[in-house]
Write a protein that binds this ligand. Structure first.
Ligand code: F3S
Ligand code: F3S
Length: 105
């Protein structure tokens, strides 16, 4: 799956949402998350993010390695709803994101 990393924190451009054919990019209070089981690896979201926050999981930079598990674990309570727009925003961020500083770009 693809993963959203720290550059999204407090930026939340949301250009990625419009590109995703399966509506698997979910909004949290501080950033957005890609559902690892719903993402079909089409890669359409990756080039449109203006702050380059999106990576294929195997290409995630080392300093943001915690965001791989974070994009999965944030869905532990909601499971696999099958669509972000119908589900609405997530009520809380992953703990890794709650403490993450905003990166200047
Ligand atoms: Fe975030 Fe980039 Fe999408 S800033 S909301 S990952 S377009
Ligand atoms: Fe959607 Fe990006 Fe995956 S566009 S299907 S989240 S690679």
């Amino acid at each position: 799956a693809y993963v959203i990393a720290q550059p999204c924190v407090e930026v939340k451009d949301k250009a990625c949402i419009d590109e995703c054919p399966v509506d698997c990019i979910y909004e949290g209070p501080r950033m957005l998350y890609i559902h690892p089981d719903e993402c079909v690896d089409c890669g359409a979201c990756e080039p449109v993010c203006p702050v380059e926050a999106i990576f294929y999981e195997d290409d995630l930079p080392e300093q943001w390695s915690a965001f791989g598990p974070a994009n999965a674990e944030v869905f532990e309570t909601v499971g696999s709803p099958g669509g972000a727009s119908a589900t609405g925003p997530l009520g809380s961020d992953h703990p890794v994101v709650e403490g993450a500083p905003v990166l200047s770009v």
